[in-house]
Design a protein around this ligand. Structure first.
Ligand code: TRP
Length: 430
């Protein structure tokens, strides 16, 4: 029985900073330890090529990000940790999805639309400087998710639209090829994660160039913290915590008591230099043990490579059987068996069909779909696939009696249509 699957991708196109750590790595790693779920974490290096065409930088960033996740405590024995470009089934699936995705859907993707809007504002041509890679970004992301039939995808708000597009592509594919090949994934937006301000008080982000690298050396860390913008209040003058980047970063690392203590010291007029020293000590206390492991891994990239290769082998145990099934479903299959299978499918398609599937809530559902794809009947969730199967059996055997007996668990579009379809199925079975 498969458990709920979480999947998260990280694009290796920069050096991880404290904001990435507090907002993403730390909560994701904590969750990977406590959850009774399967976790997939991967380095989205094909995605990196969309933004970054500097090969040395892509490689460097892949090393730094892989080392950061491991140093911060991700356990590759417990989760599946891999690199996107080690899984050839992902780009293959990307193409299969491309062919069931409306171009119009991609026209509406935020990243593409932002580029187009900017061109219009600048008075340049619509697609100026837009690569097909940027345009296709949501399809590649859908392939990442659907290749593992992930149920939940923890993402920031900006990525929710991409998960919705992945659902669209999954259901188009399921519909066109007449099967439940894909689970429909759901975005999981963490509301309570810390967003850290950067050195200048704006959100810490590599596009503002205001970041503090996660694994700076102790000395660099001290220097960077020293350069956080403060106001001109002198030692002894009470200071405001609101709008103080220094205070907010401290809060991102400290316990509630520690935060309260610093708040009092602000009111009492702590000198900026002393506040910075406290922030430095607090962050360094958390990072120093990880820094050692990080430095070791960055100095021994072959160890990282081994870990990622082992992760890829584990990941491909999932993707290989799926892609084999998908290839056959779309007609990329041995010529010896093609005509038979095609006939079987044509016969099947003329009849209504029961379809069983599992949703992201972990429950088992079925629906009855007419030959033309119209939804006739939708079940509520069952705890076990067997219960859903039994309900289907009952409907097939008993028709109307079963429909009223099971009524609390069913949502028929039109009971008459359902009964007609059930009759059609019984006739066909004779
Ligand atoms: N696009 C994501 C980002 O920039 C990274 C990513 C790629 C991803 N593929 C994914 C995230 C699949 C979740 C699932 O943050």
């Amino acid at each position: 029985m498969s458990t709920i699957r979480f999947l998260t991708g990280i694009t290796p196109s920069g050096t991880p900073h404290l904001g990435n750590y507090a907002g993403m790595l730390r909560p994701a790693i904590a969750a990977s330890r406590s959850r009774e779920v399967e976790n997939f974490y991967f380095l989205a290096d094909y995605h990196a090529l969309i933004k970054c065409q500097d090969p040395a930088r892509v490689q460097r960033s892949t090393i730094e990000i892989a080392a950061s996740w491991l140093a911060a405590g991700l356990d590759p024995e417990h989760v599946t940790f891999y690199r996107q470009s080690d899984i050839p089934e992902i780009p293959e699936l990307c193409w299969l999805l491309t062919c069931v995705t409306g171009k119009g859907l991609l026209n509406r993707a935020h990243a593409y639309k932002a580029a187009v809007d900017k061109n219009h504002a600048d008075g340049t041509e619509t697609d100026d400087g837009v690569t097909a890679g940027l345009f296709m970004y949501p399809v590649l992301m859908a392939a990442d998710i659907l290749a593992f039939n992930a149920h939940k995808v923890p993402v920031g708000r900006d990525q929710v639209q991409h998960i919705e597009m992945a659902r669209d592509m999954a259901s188009s594919f399921n519909h066109i090829y007449g099967g439940e090949f894909f689970t429909l994934p759901e975005a999981q937006v963490e509301e309570n994660v810390a967003t850290l301000p950067g050195l200048d008080g704006r959100k810490m982000s590599k596009s503002y160039n205001n970041t503090i690298a996660l694994f700076s050396s102790r000395e660099q860390l001290r220097k960077l913290i020293g350069s956080i913008t403060t106001d001109s209040r002198t030692p002894g003058e009470p200071k405001e915590v609101e709008g103080s980047a220094l205070f907010q970063i401290y809060q991102g690392f400290a316990s509630e008591e520690e935060t309260e203590a610093l708040r009092r010291q602000y009111a009492e007029g702590i000198a900026w230099g002393d506040a910075k020293q406290q922030l430095f000590e607090r962050i360094d206390r958390e990072l120093a043990p990880m820094r050692e492991r990080y430095e070791h891994l960055v100095a021994h990239p072959a160890e990282l490579e081994d870990i990622l290769q082992a992760g890829a082998a584990k990941a491909r145990r999932e993707t290989l059987p799926l892609i084999r099934e998908l290839r056959s479903a779309v007609g990329l299959r041995s010529l010896a068996q093609a005509p038979v299978a095609a006939k079987a499918k044509a016969a099947r398609q003329a009849l209504p069909q029961f379809k069983q599937y599992r949703e992201a809530d972990g429950k088992f559902y079925f629906k009855l779909v007419a030959a033309d794809g119209q939804l006739l009947l939708q079940s509520l969730g069952f705890d076990a696939p067997k219960e859903a199967g039994q309900a289907i059996g009952q409907l097939q055997r008993e028709g109307e009696t079963a429909l009223s007996a099971l009524q609390p668990r069913l949502q028929p579009a039109d009971p008459q249509l359902v009964l007609a379809a059930l009759q059609q199925l019984r006739d066909a079975a004779e």
